[in-house]
Design a protein around this ligand. Structure first.
Ligand SMILES: Cc1cc2nc3c(=O)[nH]c(=O)nc-3n(C[C@H](O)[C@H](O)[C@H](O)COP(=O)(O)OP(=O)(O)OC[C@H]3O[C@@H](n4cnc5c(N)ncnc54)[C@H](O)[C@@H]3O)c2cc1C
Length: 483
């Protein structure tokens, strides 16, 4: 039987305790969306169904009890930790949803130096964990720009990636084991072992599930030695993205492992390096690790770049300064909100990936299509992007677009600007066989292309939803289109 809003709140209070159940109207409105709708939010306009409650979770057993209750009554649940999502993953798509807030489950449970791994609850902010580790000479190697905001549960749930990924990998390369709760209340623990061949890797049912299959309560990730004294920085100016992609490929194919390998196009470079980029592309590397490894990586990269006469080296201090101001905490989020409110100008990003044969064409086709076909192209104030995560077989492209919001109400902004721009990037990428989403997750605004993204492999993903969330109570409309 469908429960009323009041009955849902009452029962949640019984299970979790009254203090843990938030029903403040303003808080509920803010909890109905994420940064995909930041323009409307800044103007105080909320168009998604307002959730019945936000529950402040305290422990795994409580998560299990609450999910079992919600499953019995088919109540939509939206898992949340750091709330830095950008793709609609936090939108409460169904009426009377319950936001499951794990940010209070914030204990670092074990730093295991002998086995080089750390176990943390889902609500541990990455920066807090990282600072504790660094104080002892270790690091997770994970450094998304949202490090001060994002928490372990969300980082794993979105398949996040950090700025040092070329050396340390993305979150899926770091997760050793986890604990999660499925909608029927079952608690599952995937044990921590260095590797095993005991069937398919079941960690991947949980990593990247975006709250659409289960609730992640605990995560164990690898740690590494932290040796910032050996960091080396390299920066170059060059004329074409094509040359830049070729250099990135050579670095990867020759087996070098810089922690940072980035290529900015001129417009994006102007956003970060206007004091020296001179309307050119900017190519950046950072080498780190033990002294010998860092030196070998640095020398190898310099030798590769030296073969391309188009590249002009810049002072490495310029790159180091950029490196020291990478991350986005609450103060930058607030400054961005103030700027948008004052100017009506704002930016979004869409990140995709492609192999080396197609990435330059994806880049060029996207820019051409937006300039030629987007009906409000005259409102765009910046259009470009960068590659920031490279692999032996290809790289990502992080498209960045800023525009003035002209002649439209806050609730119309998405349909006029963000959605069509995002759509053109996705479509051009899929046409050339790339992936429409490199690291932010599908959320709710790329879900219409989810089946196309996976093609004949889609039934594998669909079977997981059917098996683990047969009542469809986990984050409706995320990853899996609502039929
Ligand atoms: C300024 C800025 C910079 C960013 N930079 C990066 C970057 O460099 N790299 C990158 O990968 N991303 C980046 N992001 C995106 C975002 O930070 C990541 O997706 C991050 O992993 C989200 O973590 P969170 O704790 O904030 O999760 P939330 O925003 O709380 O949730 C994200 C998604 O995960 C689900 N979820 C959350 N917690 C759980 C849980 N315990 N169990 C199951 N599902 C859960 C939610 O339902 C939602 O779908 C950036 C975002 C911002 C705002």
């Amino acid at each position: 039987m469908t429960l009323s809003r009041e009955a849902i709140v009452e029962q949640l209070k019984e299970i979790a305790g009254p203090q843990q159940v938030v029903t403040d109207e303003a808080e509920l409105r803010r909890s109905s969306h994420d940064r995909f709708r930041k323009y409307a939010d800044i103007h105080g306009v909320y168009t998604m169904p307002i959730p019945a409650a936000v529950v402040k979770l305290q422990n795994t057993q409580q998560v299990s009890d609450i999910l079992a209750f919600m499953n019995r009554h088919q109540i939509n649940g939206v898992p949340r930790t750091g709330a830095s999502a950008t793709e609609g993953g936090l939108e409460t798509a169904a009426p009377n949803s319950v936001v499951l807030d794990g940010s209070g489950m914030n204990q670092i449970l074990k730093i295991d130096i002998e086995n080089m791994q750390v176990t943390a609850q889902c609500g541990v902010t990455l920066e807090v964990l990282e600072n504790q580790l660094r104080a002892q000479g270790y690091t997770t190697g994970h450094s998304p720009q949202s490090k001060p905001l994002a928490q372990m549960g969300g980082l794993v749930a979105t398949r996040s990636i950090g700025q040092f990924s070329t050396l340390y990998g993305a979150i899926e390369d770091m997760v050793v084991g986890l604990e999660a709760v499925f909608p029927n209340g079952d608690i599952t623990r995937i044990k921590n072992v260095p590797r095993r061949a005991a069937g398919p890797d079941i960690r991947h049912v949980i990593i990247g599930n975006e709250g659409a299959l289960c609730y992640i309560t605990e995560v164990t990730v690898k740690i590494f030695k932290y040796q910032p004294e050996n960091n080396r920085f390299y920066g170059y100016l060059l004329d074409s993205m094509k040359t830049g992609f070729s250099i990135l490929r050579e670095v990867m194919v020759d087996g070098y492992r810089p922690s940072i390998a980035r290529l900015y196009d001129p417009e994006d470079a102007n956003q970060h390096f206007s004091h020296f980029s001179n309307n050119k592309c900017v190519l950046i590397f950072m080498a780190e690790g033990s002294a010998g490894i860092s030196e070998a990586n640095g020398k190898g990269i310099e030798a590769i770049v030296a073969q391309h006469s188009e590249c002009q080296q810049v002072d490495s201090k310029l790159i180091q300064t950029w490196f020291e101001n990478l991350n986005w905490g609450p103060e930058k989020v607030q400054a961005e909100r103030d700027f948008i409110k004052r100017t009506g100008n704002m930016g979004f990003t869409t990140e995709v990936s492609g192999d080396w044969s197609t990435i330059n064409a994806i880049y060029e086709n996207v820019l051409k299509r937006i300039r030629n076909e987007f009906p409000h192209a005259k409102d765009i104030t910046m259009l470009g992007g960068h590659s920031s995560h490279s692999y032996i077989n290809g790289t990502n492209m992080y498209f960045v677009y800023d525009y003035n919001v002209v002649d439209c109400r806050p609730e119309e902004e998405m349909a006029k600007y963000h959605v069509p721009l995002n759509g053109m990037i996705v479509e051009e990428t899929l046409k050339l066989g790339g992936s429409m989403v490199h690291h932010h997750g599908i959320g709710k605004h790329r879900v219409q292309w989810a089946k196309q993204e996976h093609g004949s492999a889609w039934p594998i993903l669909q079977a997981l939803k059917t098996a683990f969330d047969p009542n469809g109570i986990m984050n409706k409309g995320t990853i899996f289109p609502q039929e």
